[in-house]
Design a protein around this ligand. Structure first.
Ligand code: OOG
Ligand code: MG
Length: 260
């Protein structure tokens, strides 16, 4: 039996727009990884039909902390869009999400386009800036539980992201301290080394996976390398900050826009 890619993408898209969780797609019917990426692409197209656009690419499960937290071990790739972007220090509306969590990340920016289909592409030299970042993930599946194919279809739980001050690349990111704070209290600590041993390795992973899954990398693309620590639940009313030694701090305030 072939799957109805558009119908599955629509089911997940309705879960996003109504903040109503759904059952795992694989509970109903097994999905191959290729089919899961096709559902992800169709979901991004639904967002684009609403006037949204891709501004970046994210990796998931690049750290052991995340893989263990979610019981999934393969690196996955997803897309982040303009409407997911939240300014550093601004508020994010968690009232429109199912069960959001937040995690500290390293972000890279491409100063020029990189062609993933060209085997000679050099992605590292295309990076023109790096920044500390926060990612807000919000699985559209009940209880935030999924198999690998489910989370791929659900665009790797992408919901929102915040980028701190950009700086020129050059800092050695192999082992910088990472701290996630909620209302000033440290809740997760780690090191950038947790991200594939060195977050710069995420660049090659992005290039490889973008080629495999037909994702474009135009100039200006933001790359989220994956969380260095486990994610923590995000509830309205708190301020969350992530600091990465040498890179700086990024913050967001969680608000519930549905309450006055
Ligand atoms: C999937 C997304 C994982 C990361 O940084 O590892 C991810 C999830 O945990 O829901 O964004
Ligand atoms: Mg992440």
């Amino acid at each position: 039996m072939t799957i109805d890619v558009r119908a599955l993408a629509t089911r997940l898209d309705v879960a996003v727009t109504t903040a109503t969780p759904v059952a795992q797609l694989t509970d109903e019917h097994p999905l191959s990884l290729d089919e899961a990426y096709a559902v992800q692409r169709a979901g991004v197209a639904l967002r684009e039909a609403r006037g949204d656009r891709q501004v970046g690419v994210k990796l998931g499960f690049t750290s052991k902390a995340k893989a263990e937290q979610m019981g999934v071990s393969d690196v996955i790739v997803g897309v982040v869009t303009e409407q997911m972007h939240v300014e550093d220090g601004a508020g994010v509306d968690v009232g429109r999400m199912v069960h959001p969590r937040i995690e500290p990340e390293v972000a890279y920016r491409l100063g020029r386009a990189v062609d993933p289909s060209d085997p000679d592409s050099d992605i590292a030299s295309a990076v023109d800036a790096v920044a500390p970042a926060l990612e807000i993930i919000d699985s559209r599946y009940r209880d935030f539980r999924f198999r690998l194919e489910d989370v791929v279809a659900d665009n790797t739980s992408a919901a929102a992201f915040v980028i701190g001050p950009w700086q020129e690349p050059g800092l050695d990111l192999s082992d910088q301290a990472v701290e996630l704070r909620v209302d000033g209290t440290p809740v997760e600590t780690g090191s950038t080394s947790a991200i594939l041993g060195h977050p710069d390795r995420a660049l090659d992973a992005v290039l490889r996976m973008a080629a495999q899954h037909g994702i474009e990398l135009p100039a200006g693309t933001i790359l989220l390398a994956g969380a260095a620590t486990a994610a923590v639940p995000l509830v309205a009313g708190v301020v969350v900050e992530a600091s990465i030694a040498g890179l700086g701090t990024v913050s967001v305030t969680a608000k519930d826009g549905s309450r006055a």
